[in-house]
Ligand binder design. Structure first.
Ligand code: ADP
Ligand code: MG
Length: 267
């Protein structure tokens, strides 16, 4: 089994007397894709930011390859971790390739300029946007910009990629494409996902949060169970055979919907 690259030991984040995350313990193995799921306000982004070393836990510790994140210098952390958040504040006038080159900053001076250019080109290529290299960031669509952010993160050559709701603002097709793209990258990834049907196809592991607590961790099969999905999301989960492919589909829906009195009243 592959080794543990990241682990959080009883991390909490408390502010103004309130726990946003309470004693969360989890491990991420090399090559895994961990999805953090839970309702709005559950503490997912706070946990992700602590795992990525962007927010210091008020108690507990995070270790990267056995070393406490506290003891890593910021430059070292920037070489190891790439973070794609929900808000992209990129200058719209920047050329796409120059934006992706920002990912090389933590490695500046380590490689030759031509090697840095190669890595930027490779990141654009792997995310399928090499044709936009000379376009201005502001001229790209939502889905293209999301890929661009991912390309910048890849240019960092991180040990771990952190994504916070990367499919926000994308249409259903682009959501699928973006997550398939991340699967194909074969990089250890920790992603907050809010789209439940996308979780099982994407993730090797799932961490379920509710009310600041980590309430379940395990494989998608172990965590997307009727009981957990019902407790945490107040949804029913149906597992159906795909009509034409040899795989299972998960459908999430509001529980106990019978003939609808609401509809009757609309009529
Ligand atoms: P999620 O990503 O699961 O939606 P967050 O981790 O962003 O949740 O936030 C968890 C809860 O903590 C939310 O209710 C949010 O409003 C609150 N919160 C986030 N940051 C702060 C802060 N700096 N001070 C007080 N409350 C906060
Ligand atoms: Mg969030």
């Amino acid at each position: 089994m592959s080794h543990i690259v990241l682990n959080a030991d009883a991390v909490s984040y408390r502010i103004a007397g309130q726990h946003l995350v309470e004693t969360a313990t989890l491990t991420v193995r090399c090559g895994a894709r961990l999805a953090i799921i839970g309702p709005n306000g559950a503490g997912k982004s706070t946990l992700l930011r602590m795992l990525a070393g962007l927010l210091e836990p008020t108690s507990g510790e995070v270790f990267l390859n056995g070393s406490n994140l506290d003891r890593l210098r910021p430059i070292e952390r920037a070489r190891q971790f790439a973070f794609v958040g929900q808000i992209d504040a990129a200058d719209p006038q920047l050329l796409a390739a120059d934006y992706v080159a920002l990912g090389r900053i933590p490695h500046r001076g380590v490689f030759s300029k031509s090697r840095d250019r190669e890595i930027v080109h490779d990141a654009l290529h792997r995310t399928g946007i090499v044709q936009f290299a000379r376009r201005r960031v502001g001229s790209l669509s939502g889905g293209e910009r999301q890929r661009l952010q991912l390309a910048r993160a890849l240019a960092q050559e991180p040990a771990i990629l952190f994504l916070d709701e990367p499919t926000n603002h994308l249409d259903p097709k682009a959501r699928n494409e973006l997550l398939s793209l991340v699967v194909g990258l074969d990089v250890t990834t920790v992603a907050v996902l809010h789209d439940l049907p996308l979780v099982a196809p994407f993730a090797t592991h799932v961490a379920v949060m509710n009310h600041a607590q980590l309430v379940a961790t395990g494989t998608p099969d172990e965590t997307l169970t009727p009981r957990i999905v019902n407790d945490v999301f107040d949804l029913d989960v149906l597992r159906l055979a795909h009509p034409s492919q040899n795989r299972e589909l998960m459908v999430f829906e509001a529980p106990g919907r019978t003939a609808c009195s609401h509809q009757r009243s609309i009529r």
